[in-house]
Design a protein around this ligand. Sequence first.
Ligand code: NAD
Length: 455
Amino acid sequence: MTFTSVNPHDPADVLGEWQAAGPTEAAAAASRAATAAAGWREAPAAVRAKALSDAAAALEQRSAEITGLVVREVGKPLSEARGEVARGVAVLRYYAQAALLPDGETIPAAAADQLLMARHVPVGVAALITPWNFPVAIPLWKAAPSLAYGNATILKPASAAAATALALADILGAVLPPDVFQVVLGGAAAGTALIDHPDVAAVSFTGSSAVGRQISRRAAERGCRVQAEMGGQNPSVVLADADLDRAATAIAYAAMGFAGQKCTATSRVIVEDSIYPRFRDRLAAAVEALQVLDPADGKTLVGPVIDPGSRESALAAVASSGGRVLTGGTALDAPGYYLSPTLVELDQPAGPLATEEVFAPVAALIRAGTADEAIAIANAVRYGLVAAVFTSDLGGALRLTRNLEAGMIRVNAPTSGVDFQAPFGGSKESSYGPREQGLAARSFYTESRTVLIVP
Ligand code: NAD
């Protein structure tokens, strides 16, 4: 079976047509990876570090080309695509250095002349199953630690990002021994075959909650380690003492930037009563000021959604929200899959815009009587990826960070935004398993081996 990847700004522009791997091809890739893993785990840390650092240099050298590919393949605005590729370079450099950090610890043994240590060793073969929305950063923030810590690695990217994944494979393939990094193209059948393969020791997934839960169950069933980073329904809370202009600018971008298609996008804006009318008007004006059309234009901040189905389901969620549309709410008359940035005022925190991930440039505005009520509303969803609070009272903010149910909390900063050197992940239904990124990534891609030496 073949599949294509299409430019969402200009659907007549097809990036390529590829053969989807079935269970046989995916299993063959896993077996090749198992053979390659035996050699890669023996490679000195300095060799692994050099490979990642060479990959960083190659990606940097090709950054204009790959930025253009990301803009064309997923409709990401140029400024963001540029930032994503630069982040990919930085992630490769970071894990090139992390490969050289201490790989364990010594522990006092029962006798003074004995040596007791716990070392981190590679797990073997890691399969990475990734979404289309960060086609460079997410594959690299999984592959770089996996490779740095000595694992053969297979990437199964989303079909809508196949061309970008192949460009990454080209870069990594040139600096690594054969089959240490492979790409398997295809959909659920290819992903499932990797999860089920006995040679795959770890599955790292990022994508929707529905698929993530399925994958986690399936991997756990055969005792395979698994981590899943999934959807969000992220709140931005604006308290009465916030700098309203700063908050409106940050939230408009966090909600609508890249057409709301970040797992960290703001979906609900919860505003304290006393400033509600003033803030609502400022936020609507900030949303209306965002340039929507043509991701290749450096001034564009929004861009199209990925496919027609995503636009239809977003418009349906707005129509059934029971709220008042303050701005937007319509498809744009353009060849691409455009939707005007949409802000909906809700009287009650209920309905699809207050509870589900819409993954489009759509946000709900909700009024709260007090700061504590705002936090209660923020927490009243099954997701818990990231939350933002806007306030000038940093003592109060510290208290709120203890009460907000989210894996990441940002004070006076947009929900969207990732620091690759810090642990990344959510709570509740947004996340399952150990954290990604930073030095936290090591616990997933290695296992601990306790060694006692008695002379
Ligand atoms: P998706 O869940 O549809 O697909 C993700 C990946 O899983 C793709 O590679 C897909 O081919 C594969 N897949 C689908 N069904 C499968 C199955 N049954 N078995 C094995 N593999 C399968 O997600 P998407 O539409 O590509 O991405 C958007 C979603 O990703 C949103 O929900 C967003 O919130 C989430 N996301 C989360 C994070 C995070 O870190 N929390 C980051 C980015 C995106």
